[in-house]
Write a protein that binds this ligand. Structure first.
Ligand code: NDP
Length: 451
């Protein structure tokens, strides 16, 4: 049977575009459909605009610190509409680059909502196309909260388009998104209150890392309200009134001028995909796939956030490229999920690779694990007289001396851990870390001198 395309990709986010281009490089005839802007969550309402806002949020602290080095005081205020316009202009520039990259790879781009009519046929409005293989890469969307007044909250999708800087931002949720935006807005001068379900942010991260970031956030002036059990929001002339009841029965009424950000997780975006017309199965709200990203329908594959495995852009890209290498490049391979490094662009920044102390102890037993920790004030903060600290931690398997996990809170954590991740992925031992000569003076050298 002949089809219009060898591969048709539904969703032109980071994962979809990477898979489409890789397959086309191997000579496959590839089509891709996207209903929104090219680049998906990461480019349009995630990693990219977020990171630009992280940069924007650092300047007030830098101005202050410059004085310790002899610079005269800087009087500066944030022109929020300018910042928002600049961030969105960059997103638009990237949309254009993605279009040109797809054109250059000879991937045919369709605009509209793609819906499966049968396993090999996709409808896009009135048009239909057929394909031998279909790759679903439709991503995710924010979970909508469900409590009285939840309609007054915004999601992280909206924050990039706020016309004015919130004077007081209330953040619900202590995951990546909640923590990052709490720190961004605090850095830009907003008052910030962060409401948590339990006591600490970033569940799943190493306990030392969680505590270190949260302590620093509170030191920077973010108010954390832990153990929230009930929440209700009322809109008043003055803004939003957020009533919180905590586990120990305390009641709190928080006034936010306009904005409350709900960042309570994301879920696969599977609306109206026509999956009922195929054998594709859903498990826990996500497309069920095997180790090769294959669904229960043999010619349909799925990658990225819509499969809810590890919801990170580079993971979706790697899953997609593994799929294309396997099916169109004659280079069969599976995505490897071990030792994936990740960062939280909070203030202080944090990054991690491998097992947390808690995971390592559970997996190998308490006596089998040795922990190396170093906490210090980086040289940069001495002259400004600031008490900002960096924490570095290695989790080591005693018997083999293998470094099972590396964790860091502090400036440039993402940049530093990316390099350390290569060593952890290769199975480096603590002795090999120690045999590496440090770069002096740097913070990173602590990773090779810990005792
Ligand atoms: P996460 O799943 O990371 O965190 C959700 C947070 O919301 C948790 O703190 C959770 O609390 C809390 N929560 C859940 N339900 C409720 C509720 N009903 N009331 C109050 N709090 C609640 O989701 P995010 O939205 O922050 O991010 C989604 C995903 O996006 C991340 O998992 C990550 O994969 C990706 N991402 C990655 C980034 C990066 O790499 N830097 C940046 C941003 C996003 P609890 O922990 O107590 O359950």
């Amino acid at each position: 049977m002949s089809y219009d395309f060898d591969l048709f990709v539904i969703g032109a986010g980071s994962g979809g575009i990477a898979s489409a281009r890789r397959a086309a490089e191997y000579g496959a005839k590839v089509g891709i459909v996207e209903s929104g802007r090219l680049g998906g969550t990461c480019v349009n309402r995630g990693c990219v605009p977020k990171k630009l806002m992280v940069y924007a949020s650092h300047f007030p602290a830098l101005f202050e610190e410059a004085r310790g080095y002899g610079w005269s005081p800087v009087e500066s205020t944030l022109d929020w509409p300018h910042m928002i316009a600049a961030v969105n202009a960059e997103v638009t520039r990237l949309n254009g680059i993605y279009q040109r990259m797809l054109d250059g790879s000879k991937v045919e781009v369709f605009r509209g909502h793609g819906r499966l009519i049968d396993p090999h046929t996709i409808a896009i409005g009135e048009q239909t196309v057929t394909a031998d293989k279909v790759l679903i890469a439709v991503g995710g969307k924010p979970v909508k909260p469900d409590f009285p007044g939840a309609e007054h909250t915004i999601s992280s999708d909206d924050i990039f388009h706020l016309p004015e800087q919130p004077k007081h931002l209330v953040v619900l949720g202590g995951g990546y998104i909640g923590v990052e935006f709490a720190c961004i807005l605090k850095g830009m001068g907003s008052q910030v209150t962060q409401i948590l379900r339990y006591t600490h942010i970033l569940r799943g991260f190493d306990e030392d890392i969680r505590t270190e970031i949260q302590d620093a956030m509170e030191r920077h002036g973010i108010r954390v309200v832990p153990n929230m059990r009930h929440i209700a929001i009322a809109k008043t002339d003055a803004g939003l009134e957020i009533a919180v009841k905590t586990a120990d029965g305390e009641e709190d009424l928080i006034l936010a001028d306009a904005v409350s950000l709900a960042a309570i997780g994301r879920k696969p975006l599977l609306d109206d995909l026509g999956l009922d017309n195929t054998k594709v199965e859903i498990a826990n709200g996500a497309i069920a796939v095997d180790h090769h990203s294959q669904t229960a329908e043999a010619n349909i594959y799925a990658i990225g956030d819509c499969t809810d495995r590890i919801n990170l852009t580079p993971v979706a890209i790697n899953e997609g490229r593994a799929f294309s290498d396997t099916h169109f490049g004659n280079k069969p391979r599976q995505m490897n999920y071990e030792n994936i490094a990740t960062a939280v662009f909070s203030n202080p920044e944090a990054a991690t690779v491998g097992l947390t102390e808690e995971e390592a102890r559970a997996q190998y037993g308490d006596d089998a694990i040795k922990i190396y920790r170093s906490k210090f004030r980086p040289m940069y903060y001495v002259l400004p007289g600031k008490e900002e600290k960096t924490l570095m931690k290695l989790v080591v398997h005693q018997e083999t001396d293998r470094v099972l996990g590396a964790h860091m809170v502090g400036d440039h954590a993402a940049e530093i851990i990316q390099g350390v991740a290569i060593a952890v992925k290769m199975g480096a031992t603590k002795a090999q870390f120690d045999a590496t000569v440090g770069i002096h003076p740097s913070s990173a050298e602590e990773f090779v001198t810990m005792r």
